[in-house]
Write a protein that binds this ligand. Structure first.
Ligand code: ZN
Length: 150
């Protein structure tokens, strides 16, 4: 099962890196937070539109390595239509998977995000994969305009 994921991992990262989804600015976004991963040099700006507690739109700008770009591209797609609580739960599940805290890859819980769990075989890249999610966490908690993974 993990070998299949490894192939899929490379395929999905390649695809999202070449054609990032939701790569645009949201004018008048409700939340706008910059994320920075100094270890790799990944920088992104996350934009969110909220309707009460539902994320109705999500997009990003910035530049980073293939893993960080694929991660934020996937994330901005997957969180649209989710409630803040659902997005926070995904963040926790994803974080536990990428850091290896959770051994089981929960395909049904995180869907396509599971491919990024492959990053846990490369510990130096975990922050590339989780940058988007730490930025999202700050945006949902309204805890400042920028975050850094270090
Ligand atoms: Zn990176």
């Amino acid at each position: 099962m993990f070998e299949d994921l490894r192939d899929l991992y490379q395929e999905v990262i390649f695809d999202h890196n070449r054609n990032p989804r939701n790569f645009r600015v949201i004018e008048n976004a409700d939340r706008k937070v910059e994320g920075f991963n100094p270890l790799c040099g990944d920088r992104l700006t996350l934009f969110l539109t909220l309707d009460h507690d539902v994320i109705t739109d999500a997009s990003f700008q910035g530049s980073g390595c293939a893993i960080s770009t694929a991660s934020v591209s996937l994330m901005t797609g997957i969180i649209q239509g989710k409630t803040i609580a659902e997005a926070e739960k995904l963040f926790t599940t994803f974080h536990d998977m990428t850091t290896g805290k959770e051994e089981e890859i929960q395909l049904e819980a995180v869907g396509k995000l599971a491919v990024l769990a492959g990053v846990r075989e490369f510990p130096a890249r975990v922050k590339c994969a989780t940058l988007a999610w730490h930025t999202l966490d700050a945006a949902l908690n309204n805890s400042g305009n920028s975050i850094s993974t270090e």
